[in-house]
Design a protein around this ligand. Structure first.
Ligand code: DGY
Length: 323
């Protein structure tokens, strides 16, 4: 029996590519550069399963291409805001994602950003590399203590809870959260977490605000000028979710005007381009979307995407069906 045809838009870890070759008649994107809209359309006309990732803008226009043969999209990643899910549903295209396997590594990156920006680690390292360190002194690069502070988590799902786990049990932080959904009481009591009624309350109360909600129409620019104004001048914002949940212009203004103390960012509105200030301000730590970037996690993401595609062709329930 011939194998289903798969097109993969970016290079995956070697172990995943080997497994893909075993199960599919697979085409890789050797150049590993993002597909254009035309390349995406072409791909959808030339495979049975399409395997995109966050850098592919899989719009309604792309999905509606005439002659589409792919009816299954196995996304490499948990976030699927780059795929028009409504259009996929209408067109009868099945979409899967890769939740859970990247929870811990993304939470680790959130804590790295939190610690780096609070303790001015980036500044210190830059000073040392530039041979500008003149030695220890009592007033050198004084940062903000993390232990015992209040962490406000916006979006208390898998990743938000994993951040809380590290913050609560590693750094004895008080956990506040906001989530539109009810969180199981055993989870809330495990973290001795306090639910606040509004995002405004989170902004007012927290020493660190961690953005951990998905990117949707409702969460677009959720952190905006008004909400930054509510934050304490000593507080920090951390974003490991999606760039457009924060209004970057409002963030830059808040940072420049010292309305907040700093930001730790792993995601940006128009990656890989970001406002100059987010690359140069001393009170900002920016990472190039590293949340899930460990070999273990990326292999697990690839395996999860493959498992979903295999379930689809075996006529089984998909482990991680989006639509
Ligand atoms: C995810 O899985 O959503 C990561 O952000 C990479 O896309």
């Amino acid at each position: 029996m011939s194998k289903p045809k798969a097109i993969v838009t970016r290079r995956w870890p070697e172990a995943n590519e080997k497994r893909l070759r075993e199960h599919f008649d697979v085409t890789f994107n050797e150049s590993d550069t993002p597909f254009t809209a035309d390349q995406l359309k072409d791909a959808l006309k030339n495979c049975d399963v399409f395997m995109p990732t966050v850098t592919d803008k899989v719009t309604r226009d792309v999905l509606s291409v005439e002659g589409r043969t792919a009816n299954m999209i196995a996304n490499f990643g948990v976030g699927f805001n780059h795929i028009d899910i409504e259009a996929a549903k209408e067109l009868g295209i099945t979409v899967s994602n890769t939740p859970s396997v990247l929870t811990d590594c993304t939470a680790d990156i959130a804590m790295s950003l939190l610690l780096m920006v609070a303790r001015r680690v980036g500044e210190g390292e830059r000073e040392l590399r530039a041979e500008n360190w003149t030695g220890w002194r009592p007033t050198h690069l004084l940062g903000t203590k993390v232990t015992g502070k209040k962490l406000g988590v916006i979006g208390f799902g898998r990743i938000g809870q994993a951040v809380a786990q590290r913050a609560k049990f590693g750094f004895n932080m008080d956990i506040l959260y906001w989530d539109p959904y009810d969180i199981p009481s055993d989870v809330v009591s495990k973290f001795e977490a306090t639910k606040l009624d509004t995002i405004e309350d989170i902004c007012r109360e927290s020493d660190f605000v961690s953005v951990n909600c998905p990117a949707t129409k409702e969460t677009f620019h959720l952190m905006n000028k008004e909400r930054f104004e509510l934050m304490k001048p000593s507080a920090f914002v951390i974003n490991t979710a999606r760039g457009d949940i924060i209004d970057e212009k409002a963030l830059v203004d808040a940072l420049v005007n010292k309305e907040i103390a700093g930001a730790g960012l792993d995601v940006f509105e128009t990656e890989p381009n970001l406002p100059t200030e987010l690359k140069t301000l001393e009170n900002v730590v920016s990472f190039p979307h590293l949340g899930s970037a460990t070999i273990e996690t990326r292999i697990a993401m690839g395996d999860t995407a493959i498992n979903n595609a295999l379930a689809y062709f075996d006529g089984k329930d998909l482990p991680n069906k989006v639509v």
